[in-house]
Design a protein around this ligand. Structure first.
Ligand code: BG6
Length: 506
């Protein structure tokens, strides 16, 4: 593995939840593996007055290893690389303090001007930050590269994403911008490309001739927790579908790139997004179902409904569940339905994609239902990461009785290989200038353009219902109607890859 260039990482929102839960632990993991630059410093910004020492004690807590078996000699060195500067992102004068701190760190530690800015703050501030950085000359690459990681949500709809792009590109070049979608940093998501393109056996089957439909589920058992006020303005479609789940669909559907470089992969992804069959405004209410969890007992414990959550309007119509049926109009996928479903307070936390292959043209054996659920390839993103193939097998004994059996691979079998957190991979890539797993602006815009009719219908058309569903269930029953064939349903995944069923263990 190559070591990134020497650099300074600036974290806007250095005391925020994301920095503490994801960014700092990921940097620590990279530090332990020797994957941080030879010379680096991390400069966190925040509105409060804090000394470097006070901030470092928060960093130690965030790593979660102090006083545990995971604590190593590497911790003091890692912690010492953190510095803190007080800054209000919207106040231009405060950027003098930032420039001063950067100059001091560069000369004290002999670090070149390469700088990575991580915007771990709400998107309303992106315009101010990018403009203020540029006005302070901190976007200039004359003395070293400058990169910026931008967290989601990237816009609120198609219009606002165009505006945000315009603002960013007013001061920065596209190749300096790294729009993060943490799903692309997940090993199991990247593995979709490896499984598809390192094996000859899948490609001949991976198309409209053999695939009946594709189903993607991302369910969470938690509710909105403390993020009620954020979620109120977002909802499941923007929070999960527009980014994470459309990307998953993109990796499943894309053509083999000509090489494994950033431009080729991102070009193929955009081609898929641009081939989504446009949703007609009048059909938006039919091909997309929204739901909202209501209070219910889940495994003996009362879980409140979404409208009773902190920060949520008691009359809210924000969806905590979304299901969508769509088509990709190209030669590979013409006519194959894709189904996406996501929700909070569902029975379990699972993300997976299921490729449902077509049944045999003529079934020879007596009990056809014995092979319900055969012919499925399940790509499990999390948990119990792995791949499962379900197929029909002869039950030993007289006659030809068929049973649906599993052939499964679990990542946990690769005992020596720990699965790194998505943020580790993404931060490492950005430090190295590799944007393959970051979203390019044309892909973001294509995804918003595709979903806009649904967002508009949900906003403006009062006849489109928000179905309630009791916490701990698989969402509104109407989501089942998206799959028009009566003999087919969604797969109901369980925590363990090989199991399924409406009622299974957490
Ligand atoms: C985030 C969403 O992007 O992804 C959250 O804002 C969601 O609402 C989370 O819970 C899911 O990520 P993961 O990695 O836990 O599947």
């Amino acid at each position: 593995m190559i070591k990134p260039d020497n650099q300074i990482i600036v974290i806007f929102g250095g005391r925020g939840d994301l920095a503490m839960r994801k960014i700092i632990p990921a940097l620590y993991a990279l530090h332990i593996q020797g994957l941080m630059p030879e010379l680096y410093a991390i400069l966190a910004t925040g509105r409060s007055q804090l000394s470097d020492e006070e901030y470092r004690s928060e960093v130690i807590k965030a790593t979660g290893v102090a006083g545990t078996e995971g604590e190593t000699d590497a911790l003091p060195l890692f912690t010492a690389s953190f510095h803190y500067v007080t800054l209000d992102p919207s106040v231009p004068e405060d950027y003098k303090a930032l420039t001063g701190a950067l100059d001091r760190l560069r000369s004290a530690f002999d670090i070149p001007a390469n700088t990575l800015f991580y915007l771990s703050l709400p998107p309303e501030l992106y315009g101010d930050i990018t403009g203020n950085l540029a006005n302070s000359g901190l976007n200039s690459e004359s003395d070293g590269w400058k990169r910026m990681i931008i967290e989601k949500p990237f816009g609120y709809d198609y219009e606002s994403a165009i505006n945000l792009n315009r603002i960013l590109l007013g001061h920065w070049n596209e190749n300096q911008l790294y729009r993060i979608d943490h799903y692309l940093g997940k090993e199991t998501v990247q593995n979709i490309l490896v499984t598809r393109f390192s094996n000859g056996i899948f490609e001949p089957l991976w198309n409209r001739n053999y695939v009946h439909h594709v189903e993607i589920t991302s369910s969470e058992s938690l509710g909105v927790e403390k993020r009620g006020s954020y979620y109120e303005g977002t909802g499941a479609l923007r929070d999960m579908v527009q980014n994470h789940l459309l990307h998953l669909a993109g990796f499943i559907a894309m053509e083999p790139p000509s090489s494994i470089d950033s431009t080729s992969i991102r070009n193929e992804l955009v081609k898929v997004f641009e081939s989504f069959r446009p949703i007609k405004p009048e059909e938006a209410g039919k091909i997309a179902i929204r739901g909202q969890y209501t209070g219910a007992h889940v495994r003996g414990e009362w879980q409140k409904g979404y409208r009773d959550e902190e920060g949520v309007d008691p009359a809210s119509v924000t969806e905590t569940f979304a299901a969508l049926k769509f088509y990709i109009d190209n030669w590979r996928w013409g006519g194959v339905p894709f189904y996406i479903r996501t929700g909070k307070r569902l029975p379990t936390r699972v993300t997976e994609a299921v490729i449902h292959f077509k049944p045999t043209p003529h079934y020879l054996f007596s009990d056809k239902s014995a092979c319900d659920g055969c012919n499925q390839l399940i790509i499990r993103i999390q948990p119990d990461e792995g791949i499962l193939l379900k197929f029909g097998l002869k039950i030993p004994g007289a006659g030809f009785n068929v049973k649906n059996v599993n052939m499964d691979f679990h990542y946990s079998d690769l005992a020596a290989d720990r699965i790194p957190d998505a943020y580790e991979r993404l931060l490492y890539d950005c430090m190295n200038g590799d944007s393959t797993l970051y979203t390019r602006s044309d892909a973001v815009l294509a995804a918003w353009r595709f979903l806009d009719p649904v967002l508009q219908a949900w906003k403006n058309d009062r006849s489109v219902p928000v179905f309630g569903y009791p916490a701990g269930t698989w969402g509104p029953e109407r989501a089942d109607d998206l799959i028009e064939e009566p003999e087919l349903t969604w797969r109901y995944p369980c925590r363990n890859l090989a199991d399924d069923g409406i009622y299974c263990e957490l």
